[in-house]
Design a protein around this ligand. Structure first.
Ligand code: HEM
Length: 165
């Protein structure tokens, strides 16, 4: 009889990432999601035009890691700190709803088993609501333009140009 102790924290036999189809599933989800983003007049201007493929890859790697796949995202980008990374962009309720509409269409197109689909959707919906950092009266296009060009102040700054904090 072997007396070798097992690992203190054994790796689960299968992760949600595996169950849902592994890399291929997340690659398809983000590809189809970004097809929608590229054609969206509100969202497309928010993304770096020269690096949309890079943005797609970052989202894919993040979701893969989140659901138990390889940790390529953090190996390359460090801690996700997603709210902080979205701070330069005006994520308004309108932008969130567009983001979610493209994500919903992409997710449904995968035809996953209902429980997997519901699990993913529940997470994506909550994450998108948590990312909102501006109100709908912000001029999203001007804010995106300013963020991309590094101009200051942006419409997210107080009108007098000095932080209240
Ligand atoms: C709610 C609406 C959202 C909008 C309008 C939005 C917009 C953006 C934009 C403009 C970027 C910069 C593109 C880039 O260069 O990477 C970005 C990055 C990113 N977003 Fe979102 N996002 C939203 C929600 C989310 C959600 C819910 C998640 C995760 C579930 C997410 C995950 C990411 C990731 C992982 C990056 C790359 C971060 C990095 O490493 O730099 N986003 N997003």
């Amino acid at each position: 009889m072997s007396t070798a102790p097992g690992p203190a924290f054994p790796k689960p036999a299968s992760t949600f990432y595996d169950e849902v189809g592994g890399h291929e599933t997340f690659a398809l989800l983000t590809q189809r999601f970004y097809d929608g983003v590229r054609a969206d007049d509100l969202l497309a201007p928010m993304y770096p035009p020269e690096d949309l493929d890079g943005a797609q890859e970052r989202l894919e790697q993040f979701l893969v890691q989140y659901w138990g796949g390889p940790s390529t995202y953090s190996d390359l980008r460090g801690h996700p700190r997603l709210r902080m990374r979205h701070a330069p962009f005006a994520v308004t309720p309108a932008a969130r709803d567009r983001w979610l509409a493209h994500m919903r269409a992409a997710l449904l197109s995968l035809d996953l088993p209902p429980l997997h689909e519901a699990t993913l959707w529940d997470y994506l919906e909550r994450a998108a609501h948590a990312m909102v950092n501006a109100s709908d009266d912000v001029d999203v296009r001007a804010a995106a333009q300013a963020a991309v060009q590094g101009d200051r102040p942006t419409p997210l700054d107080p009108p007098h140009g000095r932080s209240l904090l």
